[in-house]
Design a protein. Structure first.
Lengths: 275, 339
């Protein structure tokens, strides 16, 4: 009997390692290839970490990086400013609209980027007319694009607390709506807000279709362009972007993990104070 | 007493087709502790929320200390509130929770005041704990301290004890009364638990379908209910058939005075179990059906013909009232209400 169990355990261990190895090779091989390829030219990586040199040798790439970082930051900001108060308000005052808001926020997920661009093109004609052709105007399109992910994250955060009671308690203590949002709701959905922001940043840093088709520039557009003239540099930048996104997602799961552990901390065994 | 008077005048509030408040009038004296009691859906919580400013009335007026606050938002009404659900801010310690309202008012020394309030509610030792490190009873104590810290003109308690277990509930209930007496704040307490309401309040208001049926001292509510609904809702009652003669009703052979005149001869009288006297007697017309032990007093169910009567007796008499014992049932001649 013991022999059967030991054999089964060994089989499972072998299977587990086999799966891990296959998956590891599948994911790591392209990355290793990228590292190998991008290190063939010894000047590539030093140039990438030396900003003045990078912007001098590859001005389009430097512009793309700056544009993407600004887009990511502004999209995250706009998304939070729009979404957090809306989600809170829907929960407090318009609970019947929750399904509708959820549906609207999830829509962008079901519409292919290319279709979105077809719809956005005439809108962006107006945006260009009023605000100019800056690549930062992509922030509006990106805010729509990240809604499904950001809404999910924030809604999950709000579900974890009793927003209505907390808001009413704060109101009865003399807090206006601004104070309720800033001092009561936000601190309690902090990790949800961070999740939404990280997802937004990761998504915007990886966006290519809309920027390319609307003739704006961003990191991915610049990488694509660069790939035609300097493949080594383009691969090095891709790898860096990939690692950045990876680090962001790691941070995100760490945050999620911390939230879970803090949620399962049992109340200390205290005695009810004597009356 | 430092409290202010509260008047709710002709409040109406409709949710769809339901009249949560139907022309409700309620006056609370300065420093008074009034409990609103009623079945769920009777509008008691809506009344409290309208007073707090968390709900708007369709019509009517809310006066606090003579000032019309009907149009004021909740955050400018100066009311302390304790909620049924745990409402402490999870990211703040007990002390920071209590200081929250004080800091909004720009009070200096708010932490000293917060400590003082936590001492008052008996959990000064737990000031640095977060809500998830406190038990339900402790959380409600902190919530009470937080509501009182801002020295509100009115204290509102929305079923604050209903999430707690029975022992803590009684303990905290008595403590709320002690603290209220100490600080003298006018208090409105909403509950569906009649024992709670009768035990702590100066006056109890019994509500039904958005209206106040009776507002009176606990003893008056219990002994001289104004309406059949109050008589049935507060305390246990036997529903016994009776015949009216003049301003008396004859029930099980005993003549009982009526609380209000009857419109017909054949009626159902509401008789309290403690008014029913049971004596074992070989030729009695009643038979003991069941007994249940409830501590110092016990409940005995007796069949008299096809009428069931519940009586309350001292537990030491249970031995002589085993099921099947023939008994005589008499009623104490206290005034009764009719159903």
């Amino acid at each position: 009997m013991a022999g059967v169990i030991a054999r089964r355990a060994r089989k499972q261990r072998v299977f587990r390692w086999a799966v891990l190895t296959v998956l590891g090779v599948f994911f790591l091989l392209p990355l290793v290839a990228m590292v190998e390829f991008s290190t063939r030219d010894a000047t590539t990586w030093p140039a990438l970490v030396d900003w003045p040199e990078l912007s001098e040798r590859y001005p389009a790439l430097a512009e793309g990086i700056t544009a993407s970082l600004l887009q990511a930051a502004l999209t995250a900001l706009l998304m939070l400013v729009l979404l957090v108060p809306t989600a809170v308000w829907v929960r407090l005052r318009l609970p019947r609209l929750r399904r509708l808001v959820e549906f609207l926020c999830l829509l962008p997920l079901t519409i292919p980027a290319i279709v979105l661009v077809v719809g956005l093109a005439p809108v962006y004609a107006w945006v260009t007319y009023f605000l100019g052709g800056s690549s930062l105007t992509l922030v509006f399109a990106y805010t729509i694009l990240v809604l499904p992910y950001a809404y999910r994250a924030i809604d999950a955060g709000l579900s974890a607390i009793d927003v209505k009671t907390l808001a009413e308690a704060a109101r009865s203590l003399g807090a206006g709506w601004g104070t309720v949002m800033w001092r009561v709701v936000l601190p309690n959905i902090r990790s949800a807000v961070l999740s939404a922001a990280f997802l937004t940043v990761a998504l915007v840093l990886g966006e290519f279709t809309i920027a390319s088709l609307l003739n704006r520039t961003n990191l991915q557009v610049a990488i694509n362009l660069l790939g035609k003239s300097n493949a080594t540099m383009s691969v090095a930048v891709s790898l860096t972007a990939l690692l950045l996104a990876f680090v962001l997602l790691m941070l995100l799961s760490l945050l999620g993990g911390r939230r879970r552990t803090s949620a399962v901390v049992a109340p200390a065994p205290l005695k009810e104070p004597a009356a | 007493m430092s409290g202010v008077a509260v008047h709710l005048n002709g409040l109406r509030r409709t949710f769809g087709t339901v009249h949560a408040l139907d022309n409700l009038d309620l006056s609370i004296e300065p420093g008074e502790f009034v409990a609103l009691l009623g079945p769920s859906g009777c509008g008691k919580t809506t009344a409290l929320r309208v007073l707090a400013g968390l709900e708007d009335a369709d019509s009517g007026q809310v006066l606090v200390g003579g000032r019309d606050v009907t149009a004021l938002p909740a955050n400018r009404r100066d009311m302390g509130m304790v909620f049924q659900a745990y409402s402490l801010f999870p990211h703040l310690t007990a002390q920071a929770n209590v200081s929250f309202g004080l800091s909004l008012r720009g009070r200096s020394k708010s932490s000293a005041r917060a400590r003082e309030m936590l001492e008052l509610v008996g959990i000064g030792a737990f000031a640095d704990r977060y809500p998830h490190q406190l038990s339900g009873g402790q959380q409600q104590r902190v919530a009470l301290a937080r509501a009182l810290a801002i020295e509100p003109s009115v204290l509102l308690l929305d079923e604050p004890l209903s999430a707690l277990d029975a022992k803590v509930r009684v303990q905290l209930r008595d403590e709320i009364r002690r603290i209220q007496t100490e600080v003298g704040t006018t208090t409105l307490f909403v509950t569906h638990d009649q024992e709670e309401a009768l035990a702590v309040a100066d006056r109890v208001g019994v509500m039904r379908a958005g209206k106040l049926e009776q507002l009176a001292a606990p003893a008056d509510i219990y002994l001289t209910p104004a309406t059949p609904f109050v008589a049935e809702f507060v305390g246990l009652s036997n529903r016994l058939p009776g015949t009216v003669t003049g301003n008396e009703v004859e029930v099980l052979g005993t003549r009982l005075p009526l609380l209000s005149p009857a419109s017909q001869a054949s009626v159902t009288a509401l008789v309290r179990p403690e008014s029913v006297q049971v004596t074992p007697e070989a030729d009695g017309d009643g038979r003991v059906l069941t007994t249940s032990f409830l501590g110092p007093i016990s409940k005995v169910t007796i069949a008299v013909g096809d009428v069931l009567v519940v009586a309350q007796v001292a537990t030491d008499r249970l031995a002589s009232l085993t099921p099947g014992t023939p008994v005589r049932v008499t009623l104490r001649p206290v005034p009764v209400a009719l159903a």
